[in-house]
Design a protein around this ligand. Structure first.
Ligand code: HEM
Length: 287
């Protein structure tokens, strides 16, 4: 039981008396072994002696770890939608929302780096850039933002390239959602459902009308209405990530080109126009 501190009382260290701590782990694995902390904490290898390079590495690695979880949760959500199990998907959508929040939050940490801090180690990066993040492309493909050209940068890594190609050709979350809408009696053009999934999705008026009917009949099809709003959350958060990335980059490198070979901020600005679930935005013009 916790007793409140009395006025003037000071606790200098935790009293372990009465705790049955496993000081000896016996045959059991330890915390560090289970989490492979030997690998994880050996993976920060700055190429310079610059103090701020560690921040740069850790922020990227933390982002990649959150992306790892995002891919895992998105794969499960896609599976749920395919099986018409929306209730189970909603729990994962909530988690996805928080994970995306963590991805957005890293920009505040990175923004403590000034242009001089960054330029002190920038040359050591060579041509490496987030543009080559395989997980980022896999997530874009899971969500339906298909652009076959982008995987070319992975052609030197056969395994990564094959995985990206598979993801490119697979139906995305939105493709599965459209099939679900059709199963639930909404009019979705056949061409939107069985198509070459490696190609960018093209919005259609019928799908906008289908979403409108979901919003207008929310009482009847509450789960579809909830699904629509979860998709909006994902799209909105993704946009926020892109925007914060662009503004952080602008703050740190101005309008200089990126290490990946693009013009930098002006390239990142183009992606701000992307919409993962276009008809959900379009439908809002008629609500
Ligand atoms: C000082 C910090 C950063 C700078 C200056 C920066 C700069 C850039 C630039 C200029 C690009 C465009 C491609 C290029 O020419 O390089 C880019 C792309 C990208 N960056 Fe960053 N970035 C930073 C931090 C991060 C972090 C922490 C992540 C998290 C993983 C990240 C992920 C990405 C991704 C995924 C792309 C590809 C975006 C797309 O193609 O739509 N970046 N970055």
């Amino acid at each position: 039981m916790t007793t409140p501190l009395t006025p003037g009382e000071h606790v200098g260290s935790v009293d372990l008396g009465g705790e049955t701590v496993h000081w000896n782990l016996g045959d059991s694995q330890s915390y560090g072994q289970y989490l492979r902390l030997d690998l994880l904490l050996a993976a920060q290898r700055p190429l310079t002696t610059e103090h701020n390079e560690m921040l740069f590495i850790v922020v990227h690695q933390v982002s990649e770890l959150w992306m790892r979880l995002l891919r895992h949760e998105l794969a499960a959500v896609i599976d749920c939608v395919r099986r018409d199990d929306l209730d189970a998907s909603f729990k994962m959508f909530s988690r996805i929302d928080h994970v995306q929040g963590q991805l957005v939050a890293v920009w505040d940490v990175l923004s403590t780096m000034t242009p001089f801090d960054y330029s002190a180690f920038r040359n050591a990066l060579g041509r490496s850039s987030g543009f080559q993040s395989m997980q980022y492309r896999l997530i874009e493909f899971q969500l339906g933002n298909k652009n076959a050209e982008l995987i070319k940068v992975h052609q030197g890594d056969g395994q990564a390239y094959a995985e990206l190609e598979r993801a490119l050709r697979a139906p995305s979350l939105y493709d599965e959602v459209l099939r679900l809408l059709s199963r639930r009696g909404r009019e979705v053009p056949a061409a939107s459902m069985s198509r070459d999934f490696s190609q960018p999705y093209e919005a259609s008026k019928q799908v906008t009308a289908a979403w409108l009917s979901v919003y207008l009949n929310a009482e009847k099809d509450w789960d579809l209405y909830e699904l629509a709003e979860h998709l909006m959350d994902v799209d909105h958060r993704f946009q926020t990530w892109r925007f914060q990335h662009m503004k952080t980059v602008e703050r740190i490198i101005g309008y200089k080109p990126g290490t990946g070979g693009t013009a930098g901020v002006s390239y990142l600005a183009k992606a701000l126009r992307l919409r993962l679930f276009p008809e959900l935005w379009e439908a809002r013009n008629s609500m």
